[in-house]
Design a binder for this molecule. Structure first.
Ligand code: URA
Ligand code: CA
Length: 449
């Protein structure tokens, strides 16, 4: 069959056969189908969609397009978590040590920052000496030894996704539920986890801005898991403001350490407990959400979670124990407060712009070749609903040099919207999605939309 016929078929809104989808994934992985034909099919999929079978087939074919990690040497089901990406979203560095301290095994492959969102690998590398490039043998040994490891991808996982993602990025075809779902789940399946808990973000800093789209993405990913025989659960959580107060690599490590030390709390801790309790339940280490949260809270109080993070950093080469002394993390030389331009309530934040601001001062890569400055970023001092007076600091910028200050102050003053009326309080968790059901937070079901 000529590839153009597959494009024409999808253009007409017809379902593709499993064989046609296999040719698509194989063509992407091997380069045997040119980018312009892949682009045309991706755009047709954006307009016409994929049904549940097509989406599952695409996921499985993308997974099979490269290597798969074998975690069977670990003798326990490994549980993984994945966030669709956010700002100040340091849940991995809080949740992974906590659930490992509660007896679960986590063998996690993480990513780098993408666009306005931060990446766990960049955060881990801000710890002096800490590495993310372990061999697969070292990775598995570490998980057997201490219960957790977070590293970068070693093998050639999902080459079909790699080329499709690069094309989607420049052809306006990223924002499409079946394409996002197959991209994420193919990588999670290839990385070998036995159970997966997803954190699907919704709001101004998320891939999906509306609750409806976010729930649809969550349900699609959970359904693929069911077809693949893997338990997948998803929480849909708010990204209408940075989740933690700290945005930037070493700054986010500091916040994770502060939380595991019991010195800090707030939304980052709350979402971490929600995710972690589902991870513990997924591998039979907790009986209920309450039981999981109780175990993790105890692991904070006893210091077991912080010790686990310290063990993980040390096993991955850390030369300084930042868990005992956060001042050993890289620190930016210049700190500048961003004053509120007027009196009022913080009614909304353009969280994507806050992420871009951090990226532009050096916490993320603007071009692929950029190197990250681990020390820089920003610390939020206001949350949605807070009342501020003109001139009071809304956040503090941590900069490499003063010349970046004016543009960054302006960007933050534009990103944080101050108004007369306090905004409505929103939940942290909007929905929980399992193979059986979608449970919404009170007042947020589809009938209320
Ligand atoms: N993250 C992914 O891995 N793939 C997507 O398509 C979107 C976000
Ligand atoms: Ca990420």
């Amino acid at each position: 069959m000529a590839f153009v016929d597959i494009i024409l078929k999808k253009k007409e809104g017809l379902p593709l056969t499993d064989e046609e989808i296999r040719l698509f994934a194989e063509g992407a992985a091997t380069g045997s189908v040119p980018d312009y034909q892949l682009s045309a099919l991706l755009m047709a999929i954006c307009f016409q969609g994929l049904d549940a079978r097509e989406t599952t087939t695409l996921t499985m074919e993308m997974m099979k397009s490269g290597d798969q990690v074998d975690l069977s040497g670990i003798n326990d089901i490994c549980v993984d978590k994945h966030s669709t990406g956010g700002v100040g979203d340091t849940t991995t560095l809080v949740v992974v040590p906590l659930v490992a301290a509660c007896g679960a095994h986590v063998a996690k492959l993480s990513g780098r920052g993408l666009g306005h969102t931060g990446g766990t690998l960049d955060k881990i590398e801000s710890v002096p000496g800490c590495r993310i490039d372990l061999s697969e043998e070292q990775f598995i040994e570490q998980v057997k030894d201490i219960g957790c490891a977070v590293i970068g991808q070693t093998k050639n996982l999902c080459p079909a996704d790699k080329s499709l993602y690069a094309i989607r990025d420049v052809t306006g075809t990223v924002g499409c539920v079946p394409l996002i779902a197959s991209s994420i789940i193919s990588k999670k399946l290839a990385s070998g986890a036995g159970a997966i808990v997803l954190d699907v973000k919704t709001g101004s800093g998320a891939l999906m801005h509306t609750l409806e789209d976010s729930v649809k993405l969550a349900e699609t990913m959970v359904a693929i898991g069911r077809h693949a025989g893997k338990p997948v659960y998803a929480l849909v959580t708010g990204m209408d403001q940075p989740l933690g107060t700290h945005v930037g690599n070493a700054l986010e490590v500091k916040e994770a350490v502060d939380i595991l030390s019991g010195r800090a709390a707030g939304d980052l801790l709350e979402v971490s407990l929600e995710l972690g309790s589902r991870m513990l339940m997924a591998v039979g280490k907790a009986e209920s959400v309450e039981d999981g949260k109780r175990q993790m809270t105890e692991a904070i109080q006893s210091g077991a979670g912080l010790r686990k993070l310290s063990e993980m950093f040390r096993a991955q080469g850390a030369s300084a124990d930042v868990c005992q002394d956060v001042s050993l993390l890289p620190q930016a030389p210049v700190q500048i407060p961003v004053p509120a331009p007027r009196d009022g309530y913080v009614v909304s934040m353009d969280t994507t712009e806050i992420g871009y601001c951090a990226q532009h001062i050096g916490a993320g890569r603007v071009t692929k070749a950029d190197t990250i400055d681990p020390a820089v970023g920003l610390v939020m001092q206001v949350r949605l609903g807070d009342y501020v007076r003109a001139g009071e600091p809304m956040c503090t910028l941590h900069l490499r040099n003063r010349s970046q200050a004016d543009a960054a102050v302006r960007a933050m003053q534009e990103a944080v919207c101050i108004g007369e009326k306090a905004p409505e309080k929103r939940p942290l968790v909007y929905a929980f999605v399992s193979a059986d059901e979608t449970i919404y937070a009170e007042g947020y079901g589809p009938e209320k939309n």
